[in-house]
Design a protein around this ligand. Structure first.
Ligand SMILES: [Zn+2]
Length: 461
């Protein structure tokens, strides 16, 4: 038995379980046997407080989670520790599923907080200027850089809308950066800033990326989607039909009133469409989104920062629109903290409703776990701590100044948690962060490369 633990965990006291009992009694009492262990993706997390996000399983004040060959095998209060398995001490920590982002332009991560103070230096013009300087290698570096921040922040799955897709190589860079960091999710092939409106969409390039990625195990947990052109593009309908023939999901930015109506009238909305933003949506448009099963992904920090308006969270909820959240771009959001994203969304919802209880933390957490997984159609694989699902897990230590007292885990996760509290991350059972340190990623080297590339860009402008 090998034990990874921090000294402080030895000192951690027993957690109170008051206010945190399972929805129903659920415990595997059986002997979990003597599974074949694999040092890289089999381990036991012992005695953690568990938020499963699976309504059938509920939560535990104290339980152990056995991960075998990358998958969750059992959750149990009483575990006989299998022989020769890595044991990760969970006492004094909260374990939950990894967070799922549903909209992010990873390539802009090198342009952190670079949206300036006047129009020509604002977000759109700034990113267009920089976008032309990127090589496929720079795109991969940006994806690795963003992926490292994602993992460090507890994000185990991203939806990367690559809108600097100047050739298939620029999109493969996303796949490589995500895969090499050990992250999962999907990448949208999404044109580029200065793509002329009358230039057709690069379906030859799309097919090349599909061909490469569908035949390589390295990319098996990263899907390819279409990053749609604007609603008024003459190629829109044809593009969507071709994407659907290829089995690709579709992500589309919607910033203007009436654009949803146009999509609906063209018969294009369906449950494979993820609409980004939609801050100016009408009531009629919301009903149309709901009736077709399309999802909406809100990115509150970038939407508010750029002046699109407030996320329409309560109106969407009232009509039961499927909802997710995203980082969007650290050029505007500054960082990739999904805990902060859900916290500000909850606060916007309650403020707008003038009701302390308008949206409860249980509901808002679904937007980064179970509901988020449904948007990417990976709910059978991830999004909750459920036996049989992939072990995408994060664990937060309850010893930090901002994260120690209090016994309402859902509230703590929504209001108090920060990336710095994340002690442990596993993705597909591969441990990616342990004792608060990223594994398999040379953070200092990555930061140095990112700085060098950014400096090269600025010297070229
Ligand atoms: Zn976006």
């Amino acid at each position: 038995m090998k034990i990874f633990r921090r000294d402080f965990l030895k000192k951690a006291g027993t957690l109170s379980v008051s206010g945190f009992l399972p929805f129903k009694a659920f415990s595997f009492e059986e002997d979990i046997g003597n599974p074949k262990t694999d040092a890289s993706d089999s381990f036991l997390i012992k005695d953690a407080q568990v938020i499963s996000m699976d309504p059938e399983i509920g939560n535990f004040g104290r339980a152990s989670v056995l991960v075998e060959n990358g998958f969750i095998k059992t959750i149990s209060r009483n575990v006989q520790i299998p022989h020769d398995i890595h044991v990760i001490e969970g006492e004094g920590a909260i374990l939950m599923p990894g967070l799922i982002d549903n909209h992010w332009h990873l390539w802009t991560s090198l342009l952190r907080s670079m949206a300036g103070n006047e129009k020509e230096k604002g977000y759109f013009q700034m990113t267009e200027r920089f976008s032309k300087l990127y090589t496929p290698e720079d795109m991969k570096l940006a994806a690795r850089f963003a992926a490292a921040e994602a993992i460090n922040s507890g994000i185990t799955c991203v939806n990367d809308f690559n809108h600097n897709a100047r050739s298939p190589e620029f999109v493969m860079a996303s796949f490589e950066g995500i895969a090499e960091a050990g992250l999962k999710g999907r990448v949208a092939y999404g044109g580029y800033r200065d793509l002329a409106p009358d230039t057709p969409t690069d379906f030859e390039g799309i097919k090349q990326v599909l061909e490469i990625t569908s035949n390589n195990d390295k990319y098996k947990d990263i899907a390819l989607g279409l990053g749609a052109r604007s609603v008024d593009s003459p190629f829109l309908k044809e593009d969507w039909e071709r994407a659907r023939e290829l089995g690709m999901p579709i992500d589309i930015h919607v910033n203007q009133r009436g654009q949803i109506e146009q999509l609906y009238n063209k018969g294009l909305l369906d449950n494979d469409v993820n609409i980004i933003h939609a801050n100016k949506v009408t009531d009629e448009e919301i009903e149309k989104i709901a009736s077709t099963g399309a999802s909406v992904t809100m990115t509150p920090f970038t939407e508010m920062r750029i002046g699109f308006g407030f996320p329409q969270i309560n109106r969407f909820r009232k009509s039961k629109v499927r909802l997710g959240v995203g980082v969007d771009t650290t050029a505007l959001s500054g960082n990739a903290n999904l805990f902060a994203v859900i916290k500000v969304l909850q606060n916007i919802a309650n403020a707008e409703a003038k009701n302390e209880f308008e949206i409860l933390p249980e509901e808002i957490l679904k937007m980064v776990t179970t509901d988020a997984a449904k948007i990417q159609k990976i709910q059978d694989k991830t999004g909750s701590i459920t036996p049989g699902k992939r072990a995408d897990l994060i664990m937060l230590r309850k010893n930090d100044l901002n994260f120690s007292t209090g016994n309402r885990p859902y509230h703590l996760m929504t209001e108090a948690a920060q990336p710095a509290n994340i002690e442990f991350v596993a993705i597909g059972g591969k441990i990616a962060k342990r004792d608060g340190e990223l594994l398999n990623i040379d953070k200092d080297e990555l930061v140095m490369q990112a700085k060098e590339t950014f400096n090269r860009f600025t010297s070229q402008l």
